[in-house]
Design a protein around this ligand. Sequence first.
Ligand SMILES: [Zn+2]
Ligand SMILES: [Zn+2]
Length: 397
Amino acid sequence: MSVRVEFVQEGKYALVSPGSMSVKELLSAVGADDATHVFVNGTLIDDLGRGLRAGDVVGVVRESIPGRCSICGRRAFVRIPYARLTLCKEHFIEFIRKRVGKVIEEYKLIKGGDTVMASISGGKDSSTMLQVLSELRKDLKFDLVALHIDQGIPNYSEKARSAVEELTRMTGAPLVLITYRELFNMDFPDVIHRDRSGRPPCSICGLTRRYIYNAAAVELNASSVATGHHADDIAAYALKALLIHDYRSLVKLIPRTETMKGGVAHIRPLYETYERETLLYSIAAQLPFVAQPCPYKPRNVLEDQLKTMFNELERTHPGIKLSFLRGIVRNIDSYMVISRADGQVSNETRLCRICGLPTSSEVCAFDRFTQRILGNALGPYTREVVKVKIRGLNAGF
Ligand SMILES: [Zn+2]
Ligand SMILES: [Zn+2]
């Protein structure tokens, strides 16, 4: 096995046999001594003297790449094969903003007067989303509120939280900050430690996160919740759903989904933005973001393999991810018919007997989960905490 060096700006890679090479020696071997950002397996590193192991993936971002901007002729920062463009930093920033703006318009994600609650993790994707939305709101005239959940994960959550705090200061978006500790009286590692069902940490995180942002959106009377899922995420989920014929999941993978009655719509403004573009945008626009994967993220799951496969296809068929995603939107009615015929989609919505939020069963998943692992259904308490935070926010407006 070799080390894979990805030239993020050019969408190219090289395979190098590591021997006993340091990162610095590797960069020099591939002609990237001018790297400004070096990532090893997704984590930004400062120590270029560190050694490499077979199987490592090294991502490299440089100040500029060979070539000139297609628009202004300045030094190039990125090549975008599907658009047949080479762009400088400034025109790349403009390109991404226009692209997100076009998705918002085409799929009617946001209209004037809306209140959008953006769920922000501190990573490159949702940071890009918040910053682009904060720029677009100047023309579109909507309100934007950021929500962040501090999970208390050692050596991770603190960095994520300070990135979010800095980003919201930069963008002027009011921040609703909720901590695991105030809800559960313990941090995320202790919550998953208590769970004996074998449920993966990501699934527990997703369940609590969804509950908190839906509760906050209902309280805020928001028009929608925006999440930072990008084209690479969604294409991988969608292909996986097709592979296992899970049409119920597939029909949710469109730019806007209306959730159950009494719930709030979910929007995905980065539907047509690639993952490498959110990384490069965060760097070009100098956004604060935590440049390391969550320690609980599993490696080499099917979604990751599908992402790698899509990126491989993208090199010979630029834009294939985009046409795949647009095809889902185009055919969504047919997929809805299949998933209904399969009995996979239930139209029934009711309100949770315990907390009163919309759910498809008698008691919502969050109340069932907290009842099981903490002995106490925490839905009503969580809604109360969220209410107090949002009141504080309104007072500060
Ligand atoms: Zn330019
Ligand atoms: Zn409930």
